[in-house]
Design a protein around this ligand. Structure first.
Ligand code: KG4
Length: 342
C-alpha cells in the first residue's frame, strides 16, 4: 500500500457534536462540526435526544466534509470512527455509519479512542501556517467534560495514564457550578468570560487531598453548592451581586487543582515537554497559568488551536492516519464502548 496520498475520513459522535473531517497525509482538508442546540433547555446533554440528532446530522455533515475537502469520496483510503468512551446511543450512530461507509467503498475501518484523539489533535497540520508539534515523550493534561487525566505520551500510539479523576471531571465542575449560578449549558465558557471581571481571591473553596497524581472535583462541587445555599439564605440576590467574583474564585480553584498535580507529574517524570488537550483547555485562566508555569519551570508548552480542543472529527482522522500507517484496522464486528481506557 502506498504511504502517500493517504486520505482519512474521521467521524466523531461520542457526545453531542456530530463531526466529520478529512485529513490527507496528516494535513487537514476539512473539519465540519454540527453542535446540537436541543440540549440547552435541559441544562445538560440528554442521551436519547443526542443520538436522534446524530442520525439527522451524520449524512449532511459527512457530505459537507467531503465537499469542503474538494475530493471525491473514491479518494478516501480509510474511515476512522470514535469507538468510545462516550454515550452509547451516540457512539452507535457514528460506528454504524463508518461501518456502512467502509463496506460500500471497500476501504479499511479504523477504531479510535476518543481520549487518544484529543491528545493527537496536537499533531494536526494545516496547509499553511506554523506547525509546532510536541516532542516525545511529553505530558498531556487532558481536561474535558468527561475526563481529567495526566497522560504520559511515549509515541503516537503509546500512552499511559499516570493520573486521573476519581470522580468528576474538571469540565463537570465548571458546568455544574455554573448551573447552580443559573448560567446556561455548557457553563465552562460563561464562567471563563465572567471570571475575567472578578476577583479570584474573594472566596475560598475546598481543594482535595488525593494521593499521587489523581484528581477529585466532587468535593469542590458540593462545597460550592452548600456555600451558595447558605449565602442565599441570608441574601436572595447573593449570586447576582457576586457573580463575577464567584466565577473568578471558582476558576482559580479548579486551575490551581489542575496545575498542582501537573507540576508534580513534571517533577516526578523529569519531563518538561508539556501539552494540554480537551474542551477545558480553551479556558483562559488555565492557559495563563500554564504559560506562567512554563516560564517558571522552563517547560516547552504546546497548546493546540482552539478549534481542535473541543470534540471534533479532525482529531479522530489524525489518529486514524497514524493507525493507518501501522495497518491497525478493525473488522465489521466492531461495537462501540461507552467506557474504555486509553
Ligand atoms: O472536550 P469537550 O468538547 O467534550 C466533552 O468532553 O464533553 O469538552 C467540553 C467541556 C465542557 O465541560 C465545557 O464547559 C468545557 O469543556 N469548556 C470550558 C471552556 N470551554 C469549554 N471550560 C472552561 N472554560 C472554557 N473556556
Amino acid at each position: 500500500m502506498s504511504e502517500k496520498n493517504i486520505t482519512i475520513l474521521g467521524i466523531e459522535s461520542s457526545c453531542d457534536d456530530t463531526s466529520a473531517a478529512i485529513i490527507r497525509d496528516g494535513v487537514i482538508l476539512s473539519n465540519v462540526v454540527a453542535n446540537q442546540k436541543v440540549h440547552e433547555e435541559f441544562g445538560g446533554v440528554v442521551p436519547e435526544l443526542a443520538s436522534r440528532a446524530h442520525q439527522q446530522n451524520i449524512i449532511p455533515v459527512v457530505d459537507l466534509a467531503i465537499k469542503r475537502a474538494g475530493i471525491d469520496r473514491n479518494e478516501i483510503s480509510a474511515v476512522a470512527f470514535t469507538r468510545g468512551p462516550g454515550l452509547l446511543g451516540s457512539l452507535l450512530v457514528g460506528t454504524s455509519f463508518a461501518k456502512g461507509f467502509s463496506l460500500s467503498l471497500n476501504i479499511p475501518l479504523i477504531e479510535v479512542n476518543h481520549l487518544q484523539g484529543h491528545v493527537l489533535a496536537l499533531f494536526i497540520r494545516e496547509k499553511e501556517g506554523f506547525f509546532n508539534p510536541p516532542v516525545f515523550p511529553f505530558l498531556c493534561l487532558l481536561v474535558s467534560g468527561g475526563n481529567s487525566q495526566i497522560i504520559l505520551v511515549k509515541d503516537y500510539l503509546h500512552m499511559e495514564v499516570i493520573g486521573q479523576t476519581i470522580d468528576d471531571a474538571a469540565g463537570e465542575a465548571f458546568d455544574k457550578c455554573a448551573k447552580v449560578m443559573g448560567l446556561p449549558y455548557p457553563g465552562g465558557p460563561h464562567v471563563d468570560r465572567l471570571a475575567k471581571e472578578g476577583n479570584p481571591h474573594r472566596f475560598e473553596f475546598s481543594k482535595p487531598r488525593i494521593p499521587g497524581l489523581d484528581y477529585s472535583f466532587s468535593g469542590l462541587k458540593t462545597n460550592f453548592l452548600y456555600f451558595l445555599r447558605d449565602q442565599i439564605k441570608e441574601n436572595e440576590n447573593f449570586v447576582e451581586e457576586n457573580k463575577t467574583d464567584l466565577c473568578a474564585s471558582l476558576q482559580y480553584t479548579i486551575v490551581d487543582i489542575l496545575l498542582n498535580k501537573l507540576k508534580r507529574a513534571a517533577r516526578e517524570t523529569g519531563i518538561r515537554e508539556i501539552t494540554v488537550a480537551g474542551g477545558v483547555s480553551a479556558n483562559s485562566g488555565l492557559r495563563n497559568a500554564l504559560t506562567e508555569n512554563a516560564g517558571k519551570y522552563a517547560w516547552n508548552l504546546v497548546i493546540p488551536k482552539f478549534e481542535y480542543t473541543m470534540d471534533n472529527a479532525a482529531m479522530i482522522a489524525i489518529t486514524g492516519y497514524y493507525k493507518f500507517l501501522q495497518h491497525e484496522f478493525i473488522g465489521q464486528d466492531a461495537v462501540p464502548f461507552a467506557r474504555t481506557q486509553l
